[in-house]
Design a protein around this ligand. Structure first.
Ligand code: PGA
Length: 252
């Protein structure tokens, strides 16, 4: 099988405050990618900035969105469809981020969105992760059931259009990321759950980690954690630090 590319996704969330700043961050990141060969970079700005940042989707730089609706058109006030996003060059969509789950997004809605994204010719970055780690290991059940419900009825031939972003909720926005050892154990578990569900075809699904990734901890997390990249929040708004993470991933 062809070696998979690494993947570094910047989730800007509801930042920055102005279009000028958004353009500047994107420009500074683009300047840094000239020698990046083995890593795809996806910037996910707020919807309103997407048209201004849109360009031809071409490795290593891609545009992503932080959410989408599962229907193509219709009476869904405030929503944005996959077809609309596609027109502006978006090729990746983050689905089921814990901040959206907290706002009430259900497993069923997440599943519908994921299916719509892959059928619409884009890659779904499927966020999963436990709220807390208990001493009995119940979090493994949480992770397993999130994977099963998220990927229900996703056609097998579309598995390579999926990325699993494992983001333990307790590490998102925290001071410290999870330890590389814990990440390693968890990424092995996720791969096993995927194998049990989809067989060898699941090897095409990339697993990335998110939660307090920075230019310092990224090194051990990617070398020892068994993941193919990161979903980066705060540090993705700092072009220099973000590009250090990208370069590190590309050097492995
Ligand atoms: P963080 O956010 O890197 O700021 O912890 C990660 C995320 O929510 O995707």
């Amino acid at each position: 099988m062809k070696k998979q590319k690494k993947l570094i996704v910047g989730n800007w969330k509801m930042n920055p405050e102005s279009l000028d700043d958004a353009k500047k961050i994107a420009r500074d990141i683009k300047r840094g990618v000239v020698n990046i060969k083995k890593t795809d970079i996806v910037l996910c700005p707020p919807f309103v900035y997407i048209p201004a940042l849109s360009g031809t989707p071409k490795s290593p730089m891609f545009l992503g969105s932080q959410d989408c609706h599962s229907e193509d058109r219709g009476p869904f006030t405030g929503e944005v469809s996959i077809t609309q996003l596609y027109e502006f060059g978006v090729r990746f969509v983050i689905v089921g981020h814990s901040e959206r789950r907290k706002m009430g997004e259900s497993e069923e809605v997440i599943n519908r969105k994921i299916r719509a994204v892959v059928i619409g010719g884009m890659t779904a970055i499927v966020c999963i992760g436990e709220n807390e780690r208990d001493s009995h290991g119940d979090y493994y059940e949480v992770i397993k059931s999130q994977i099963h419900s998220a990927l229900k009825d996703v056609p097998k031939k579309m598995l390579s259009s999926l990325v699993i972003a494992y983001e333990p909720v307790w590490a998102i926005g925290a001071k410290e990321a999870m330890s590389p050892n814990e990440l390693h154990e968890t990424s092995i578990f996720i791969k096993k759950v995927l194998r049990d569900s989809f067989g060898i075809a699941s090897d095409g699904i990339r697993i990335i980690y998110g939660g307090a990734v920075d230019r310092v901890n990224a090194d051990r997390l990617i070398k020892d954690g068994g993941v193919s990249g990161f979903l980066v929040g705060r540090e993705s708004l700092k072009p220099k630090d973000f590009m250090e993470i990208v370069k590190l991933a590309d050097s492995i």
